[in-house]
Write a protein that binds this ligand. Sequence first.
Ligand code: PAF
Length: 283
Amino acid sequence: MQVIETISELRAAVFNARLNGLKVGFVPTMGNLHYGHISLVEQACEHCDLVITSIFVNPLQFAPHEDLDTYPRTLEADKTQLMESGCDILFAPSVTEMYPDGKGVDTVVDLPSLSPLHCGITRPHFFKGVATVVVKLLCMVLPDIAFFGEKDRQQLTIIRRVVKDLSLPVEIIGVSTKREKSGLALSSRNGYLTDAEKQQAAFLYQLLNEIRQRIENGARDFQSLERQANQQLAEHGFEPDYFHICHSETLLPAALEDKKLAILAAAKLGSTRLIDNVAFDLI
Ligand code: PAF
């Protein structure tokens, strides 16, 4: 596996690959890789000839009070996992390489209707930072296909929308969430949880499935279901952030006639913020 730190070297490598007719796959990450990320790389290997993974902890998507400085950085372990999973190029740029003028940029990608929903309620800066860095990375890599996890469903929806709105020549593939046996969605932030909290954390996915089941069995008072779910989260030691039943493609609040649904939730356990979701079609 080649490790590249500069945009110019990355562009040269992709240019060569294209000259040789290779199909390029891209997996953007912030590192501290777990099997959730590796499954994206595996999907990329299945669909593409040259697989590029980026590791960049993007300052633009962290608010000043968030965990930018303490976000787990495990580059050497990440390299080993990537090598073993068949990744061809690791792109690991510095902050100066990505943002030569310091951490800011004047040009941003923002989605005024999608960004403020769900995670955007408590993290108003977040999706602007994500969308901006993802567009920058896509312009650097110019992949045929880019892979994103369904665990971050709002992020995936936003990226699909950006690609559509800006006519970016890339296909986006969403990859299913990978979970611990308990159901807990794999996440880099799970490393912040104590063993006891990890066990408790699995309740979030159980609850998502319980509410999904109730909807599949005919429950339609979505607001009341959301209220009950928040109450159950609090009873299980979580500090609920949101629990939203919505349309799985628009992510707007679900209407009674909607058949394509998703339930998105975020809650804090101790100081760790967890997110998860389930999507399902009613028949
Ligand atoms: O999902 C992530 O790890 C990040 O939000 C991403 C897409 C790599 C952008 O920094």
